[in-house]
Ligand binder design. Sequence first.
Ligand SMILES: Nc1ncnc2c1ncn2[C@@H]1O[C@H](COP(=O)(O)OP(=O)(O)O)[C@@H](O)[C@H]1O
Ligand SMILES: [Mg+2]
Length: 165
Amino acid sequence: MPTSDDAVFAEIVVDTDSPDETQQLARRLGEALLPGHFVALIGPLGAGKTAFVQGLAAGLKVEGAVTSPTFVLMRLHRGDTPLCHVDAYRLPDASAVEELGLEDWRDDCVIAMEWADTVPEALPRERIEVVLSYRGEGRRIRLRGIGREPAAIVQEMEHYAHTGD
Ligand SMILES: Nc1ncnc2c1ncn2[C@@H]1O[C@H](COP(=O)(O)OP(=O)(O)O)[C@@H](O)[C@H]1O
Ligand SMILES: [Mg+2]
């Protein structure tokens, strides 16, 4: 039976002990991303979703400071690979996500969506999930690549995860 692309899956787990370490990891991921890629950030308040997106932004070399888009819902950062930073926290459902008009941006930027798990129907099948959880004073971060390309990107991060370079 043929395997569909979105059945391809890779996961790595990285523990970080500071926001800086989280951002370094995210920066490395950001360097590997291309327009059209979707990053779904999942984890409780304060877990480091925004901190992770700040690292992504550094890797993508976009303009402007990255702050939580909770109140503006969506913020576009220009750059070689533009970053569309979305917060689903205040969006009641997937149709509210649709109304943001993300589809118009999809192919031209990397989309990073905080609280993505609250709008599962709005997520593309192929995506990178970043699942953050508390681990003592630090954080545990799972990077999941769902689909052929995202899985390949996550697999490429494996060396960094083990060695830090
Ligand atoms: N290992 C870590 N990774 C990320 N943030 C951390 C870490 N350790 C402590 N923090 C702190 O946790 C908070 C994360 O905040 P933020 O990124 O806004 O979370 P979220 O967007 O998930 O609500 C920051 O105050 C940051 O300094
Ligand atoms: Mg946040």
